[in-house]
Ligand binder design. Sequence first.
Ligand code: GLC
Length: 534
Amino acid sequence: MAAVPSSRTADWWRDAAIYQVYPRSFADGDGDGTGDLAGVRTRLPYLAELGVDAVWFTPWYLSPLVDGGYDVADYRTIDPAFGTLEEAEKLISEAADLGIRVIIDIVPNHVSDQHAWFQAALAAGPGSPERELFHFRPGRGEHGELPPNDWPSQFAGTTWTRVPDGEWYLHLFTPEQPDLNWAHPAVRREHEDVLRFWFERGVAGVRIDSAALPAKHPQLPDFVEGVDPHPYIDQDELHDIYRSWRALADEYGGVFVGEVWLPDAERFARYLRPDELHTAFNFNFLACPWDAGRLRRTIDDTLAEHAPVGAPATWVLCNHDVTRTVTRYGRADTAFDFATKAFGTPTDPALGTRRARAAALLTLALPGSVYLYQGEELGLPEAEIPLTRIQDPMHFRSGGIDPGRDGCRVPLPWTADAPAYGFGPAGEPWLPQPDDWARYAVDRQSARPDSMLSLYRTALRLRRSVAGFGDGPMSWLPAADGVLAFTRPHGLICVVNLADRPAELPAHGQLLLSSGPLDADGRLPSDTAVWLRA
Ligand code: GLC
C-alpha cells in the first residue's frame, strides 16, 4: 500500500514543498507598484494549483525597508505598504482553507534603527539600561574616535557607527540594523512573546534569519579570521536560546527553519538536535556547481550530517539573496560566488534553463523538504537593474562593486499583455521589469505543456501523489561518468545527465516525467533529468 505523504500529517515539514514569497514583488493588490497582502490573497489559488504545502513570507512587518524588510521596526504591525494585521490573519486562514501553511520570518540578530527600543536607547544616553539592549561601547583611540573592534560587516564596510554623544553601536549589517544584545533577558523575553504572538495567529512555522549570528562574545574582542575563535558566528549560547524556542513552538505544533550557514557539518548539525530547530537551510547544495561528482558529494555530505540528529534535509536552489538559478546555471562557472555575480559574466539562458529544469527534478526527488523561490517555477532569469533604480544596500555598501540582490527580486509577470505584466492593476513596479518578460508570464506558461511552470506543476503533483518521494532513504545506482542516478522507496528512480553525451536509461523503467525530450534512441540527453518507476 502507498504510504500517506507526510505533507498531510503533523510531520508535514519533513517533506514539504515550501514556496518563498517576497511580498514586495509577488502581486500588487492596490496598484501602488509594491506587492502586498491583498495581492497575495488573490493569488492563493495559484499557489494551491502549483501544489505547495506551505508559504514562507520574507518579513512583512513595519519597516523602513532599508534592507528589504530585514530591518524590523515592529513585529506586531504589518507594514502599511503591505497591508494590515487583520489582512495577515485573513491570509493565514484563507491559505489554511486551501491546505497551505504559513511560515513567517523572524530576524533575531538585529532590529531597525527606527524600532522603539533603539530610539529609546539613543535618547537615554551612555550608561542607561536602554542601551544595554544593544551593543553600545566607547570608541578606541585618544578621543574614542576609532571603532571599538575590527569586525568586518556581513555587507561591506564597518560594523560600528558613532552616535553624537560619542558612543558607538554594533551592526553586523547596515547602520540601520543595530544588533541586539542577546545576553540581556529582555531581548529573549521579547522574542518569545513575538513567537507566541504569531503562533497564536495560526502560523505553522518560523524561518530564523541569520540564525548563527545573534550571540556575541561578551568582550567583543578583535579577531583574526581562521586564527582566533570566532567572536560571533555559532556561539554556544545560541543552543540554549533555540531550545527555549523549541519548547515554546511545541506548545503550538510550530516548526523552525534556521538560516544557518556553517561550513562545519558537526557544528551545523547541533542546531538540528531533537530539542532544537526542526530544519535548517542547506546552502551547500545551492552553492554547488553543475557537476555530477560535486553534487553527489554535497548530497552525501548533507544526508550524512543530518542522519545522526534525525533531522530531514532541506534543498534550495535559490532565494532572495542569490543570483537566479537559470542565470547561474547558464554560466561556464556555475559556482556560487558573489564576485562572479557581476552582470556581464556571460550566461547562456537556453543552457541555464535546460539545467534548471533538470535541477528541479533532481531537487524534488531528494529526501527531505524543498524550498522554491517565487519566479523559480517560471524560470525567471536574473534581471539587469539600471544603476539608477538599484535599491539593495549591499550594492551601495560595496562601493558599487557588488551589483546587489535586486536582480532576483523583480516583480513577477502574471499576464503577458497587461501593464506591468499583471503584477498590479496599474502603476510602475518598484523595480523595473525587463522588456522581454511577457514570455515568462503565468498565463503564457499555463497554456504550454513544455513550459517551466507546467514542469513544476506536474512534478509537484507527482511528488505528492506518488509514493516514495519526500522523507526516507535514497541509494545511488551505478551510472556512467557525469550521470547521477538514485532510487527512492517504491521503485522510484531519478536519473540526471550532467555529462556532455547522451546517457542510457535503466531498461525497465516506466517514465513518470522528464525535464526535456529523450533522443531518438530513447537515451537521456545532456542536462536532462527523468523520473522513472521500476
Ligand atoms: C539574511 C537575509 C538577507 C538579509 C540579512 C540581514 O541573510 O536573507 O536578505 O539582508 O539576513 O537580515
